[in-house]
Design a protein around this ligand. Structure first.
Ligand SMILES: *Cc1c(COP(=O)(O)O)cnc(C)c1O
Length: 368
C-alpha cells in the first residue's frame, strides 16, 4: 500500500534530536512559554524574513488573532467585509466570522486554484477592508498584483500550507502581506507533533497586541489590558519545530522533485495537472489533479494500492454551519470541489512509489 501520508516515517528521521529536546524540556522545569517558544519564534521570523513571529496554539487561532488584533487597533470593525477564496479550508472563513466580519467569497483561477487581482477587483465594495489570501496547496498567491488594485486594504495571508514558498522578489510566505497566519498541524510542511501555529508580521503594534491577546490579554502576570484568550504555542512543540525547521528547505525541495516527476510523467487526457511555473513559489503541501471522473479515479487507485485524499470535498458555502451562504453561486469553486484529487507527495515517498502512481494514472481508463 502506498500511503497518502506517513507521519511516523516523517518524524522518525528526527528521532534522536526530538528525544534530546524532550529530555532538555523535562529538565528545564518550564513547560509553558519557556525557552523553546522564544527561540523558535526568533528562528521562524528569521526564516520568513519578518520582524516578528508570535507562537500561538494552532493555525485557526493565528488567523483569528490577526483579525482580532486589527479590531483592537481600530483598523477593522464589526460588519467590515473581508475577501476570501471560495475554495479554502474552513479555518480561513471561521477566523473572519468569529470576529463578526463578513466573508466575501471570490472564485479562484481553476488552473492555479488561487484568487487573482481581476476577480477580486469585482468584489471590492465600500465596506471591503481586507483580503485574506490563501496560499492554497503551497503555491504563493500573486500578492504584488493584488496590492496594485487594493492599495488601502489589509492583506492577510493564510500561510498554513505554504511554509517556505518564496516569490521572485525573494519574499517568503508570511512576508508578502501585512500579517500572516501559519499552522504547524502535524501534516503541514512544517509540522509539530501536536497542534501549533504562529503569526508573522513586520508591524510592531500588531505583534504587541497579539502577544497580549494570546496570553489572557497581558504581558505581565495579573495585568489584563485586553480580553484575551489562552492560545500559547506549547513549549515542547516549539522545541520540536526548531529541530524540523532546520530541515524544511530539504523537505520542500524533495516535494518539488516529486511534483516535477508527476508533471512530466503523467500523461492521460482524462487527468488535468496543476499549473506551476517550476519556481520555488510552490512548496507542494498538496499535489492536486483534476478529473471529471474523480471518484472513479480515486477508487481505481485505492483498488490498486494507492491512497489519495480530497482537499476539500465540500465547499464552505455548502456546509451546514454556513447555511446563510447556501444560495451563493460559485460555479468554479463547486466544480473544483467535485473534480479535485490529492496524490501522495510527502518527502519520504520513494521514486519507485511515485513511478507506480504515475503508471497507474497513465493506465486509467474512463470506463474503469
Ligand atoms: C490547516 C489549515 C488551517 C488551520 O490550521 P490548524 O492548525 O488546523 O488550526 C488554516 N488554513 C489552512 C489553509 C489550512 O490548511
Amino acid at each position: 500500500m502506498i500511503k497518502f501520508l506517513d507521519l511516523n516515517k516523517s518524524n522518525k528521521k528526527y528521532e534522536n534530536q526530538l528525544k534530546k529536546e524532550f529530555s532538555d524540556f523535562l529538565d528545564s522545569g518550564y513547560y509553558i512559554l519557556g525557552e523553546g517558544v522564544g527561540k523558535f519564534e526568533k528562528e521562524f521570523a528569521e526564516y520568513c524574513g519578518t520582524k516578528h513571529c508570535i507562537g500561538v496554539a494552532n493555525g485557526l487561532d493565528a488567523l483569528t488573532l490577526i483579525f482580532r488584533g486589527y479590531i483592537e487597533l481600530g483598523l477593522l470593525k464589526e460588519g467590515d467585509e473581508v475577501i476570501v477564496p471560495g475554495n479554502t479550508y474552513i479555518a480561513s472563513v471561521l477566523a473572519i466570522t468569529e470576529n463578526k466580519l463578513k466573508p466575501i467569497f471570490v472564485e479562484p483561477n481553476p488552473n492555479t486554484f488561487l484568487i487573482e487581482a481581476e476577480e477580486i477587483k469585482n468584489s471590492i465594495s465600500s465596506k471591503t477592508k481586507a483580503i485574506l489570501v490563501v496560499h492554497l496547496y503551497g503555491q504563493l498567491v500573486d500578492v504584488a498584483s493584488i496590492k496594485n488594485i487594493s492599495k488601502d486594504l489589509l492583506i492577510i495571508e493564510d500561510s498554513a500550507q505554504a511554509h517556505g514558498a518564496i516569490n521572485r522578489d525573494k519574499l517568503k510566505a508570511g512576508n508578502v502581506g501585512n500579517a500572516s497566519g501559519f499552522s504547524f498541524y502535524p501534516t503541514k510542511n512544517l509540522g509539530a507533533l501536536g497542534d501549533g501555529g504562529a503569526v508573522t508580521t513586520n508591524n510592531l503594534e500588531l505583534a504587541e497586541v497579539i502577544l497580549k491577546l494570546r496570553n489572557y490579554g497581558g504581558l505581565v502576570r495579573n495585568n489584563n489590558e485586553l480580553k484575551g484568550i489562552n492560545s500559547r504555542l506549547d513549549d515542547i512543540q516549539a522545541r520540536f519545530l526548531s529541530v524540523k525547521l532546520s530541515d524544511l528547505e530539504n523537505q520542500n525541495i524533495r516535494r518539488r522533485e516529486i511534483a516535477e516527476m508527476y508533471i512530466t510523467e503523467i500523461k492521460n487526457i482524462n487527468v488535468l495537472l496543476p499549473y506551476w511555473d517550476l519556481s520555488a513559489n510552490h512548496v507542494f503541501h498538496q499535489f492536486v489533479i483534476k478529473s471529471e471522473k474523480r471518484n472513479n479515479l480515486q477508487r481505481y487507485l485505492l483498488e490498486n494500492g494507492v491512497q489519495t485524499d480530497i482537499h476539500y470535498p465540500i465547499a464552505i458555502t455548502k456546509q451546514k454551519c454556513y447555511s446563510e451562504y447556501s444560495d451563493l453561486d460559485l460555479p468554479v469553486t463547486f466544480e473544483l470541489h467535485d473534480n479535485i484529487l490529492s496524490l501522495p507527495i510527502y518527502p519520504e515517498l520513494l521514486d519507485e512509489e511515485v513511478n507506480i502512481v504515475v503508471k497507474l494514472i497513465n493506465n486509467f481508463d474512463l470506463d474503469l
